[in-house]
Design a protein around this ligand. Structure first.
Ligand code: COA
Length: 245
């Protein structure tokens, strides 16, 4: 199970690699737990200057594991995902994402907490929340319209319209788009640049750029709706339909 997500630190960069390609890197509770632990440790570790998210296989991540969602819908409790979301929302060190393949659900919304997002030109981000009977999470209802405007955010969050890496870079959702095989190297290069800057100036700059209080408050409001929706008949039907395909 722990092999599903790999964590290592090299030259001041903690790398969190989604490594469950057979399941399209869908994120289980255990994977969120490992990622949250890594983020919390990185926050306390003076040697860590940046955190890099990346993934194995053809997808960045297919989002939350739908069996875990289904388990919550029938009475189980969400656990580490909330700690993971809090950790990316409150991270004081730059978060960098190398998005080599498609990102679905949290695979898209987590990028709104990343300071540098390098995306494969043809990779697609999608947030099919309403189709699953769900609502936006990870403060995406606040952060996505702030990044790309209400019109495009509505098409993504309410209608699940995907956005390519090229479009994401044009819209300001990604830092830049690159050919898939260059994405990780480009992200690493920028991570190295971050490491070379004075850490305290970097910390304050990031803090000034993000209204962490407003983000936390929106996450709480969204979380209440989301947890309620997870248990709704609409969501149960959608999860069942996915596994009966
Ligand atoms: N949760 C659990 N398992 C998932 C998953 C998820 N979110 N996404 C993919 N998988 C599993 C599939 O069940 C399948 O498992 P199997 O081989 O044991 O049957 C395996 O990963 C491969 O997925 P598959 O659907 O066959 O690949 P695909 O290339 O045809 O489609 C996706 C890829 C991502 C488009 C499709 O899997 C999908 O829509 N996943 C759900 C995404 C989602 O709704 N995420 C939650 C957002 S809130």
């Amino acid at each position: 199970m722990s092999e599903d997500i790999l964590v290592k630190r090299e030259d001041g960069v903690v790398e969190i690699r989604f490594n469950r390609p057979a399941k399209k890197n869908a994120l289980t509770n255990a994977m969120y737990g490992i990622a949250a632990d890594a983020l919390e440790a990185a926050q306390k570790d003076a040697e860590t200057k940046a955190i890099l998210f990346t993934a194995e296989g053809d997808m960045f991540t297919a989002g939350n594991d739908l069996s875990d969602f289904a388990a919550i819908a029938t009475g189980g409790e969400p656990r580490h995902v909330e700690r993971f979301l809090r950790a990316i929302a409150t991270a004081e060190k730059p978060l960098i994402a190398a998005v080599t393949g498609n990102g679905v659900g949290v695979g898209a919304t987590m990028l709104l907490h990343c300071d540098i997002v390098i995306m494969a030109e043809e990779a697609r981000l999608s947030t099919p929340f309403t189709a699953l009977g769900l609502t936006p999470e990870a403060a995406s209802s606040l952060l996505l319209p702030a990044r790309i405007g209400h019109a495009r955010a509505f098409m993504m969050l309410a209608l699940g319209q995907p956005m390519s890496g090229t479009e994401a870079a044009q819209a300001g959702l990604a830092t830049e788009a690159a050919p898939r095989e260059e994405v990780e190297a480009r992200a690493r290069k920028l991570a190295r640049e971050v490491c070379l800057r004075p850490a305290e100036a970097m910390r304050i700059t990031k803090k000034l750029l993000r209204d962490v209080e407003a983000i936390g408050a929106r996450m709480q409001v969204e979380g209440a709706h989301f947890n309620d929706r997870l248990r709704s008949p609409e969501a149960r039907a959608a999860f069942e339909a996915f596994f009966k395909r």
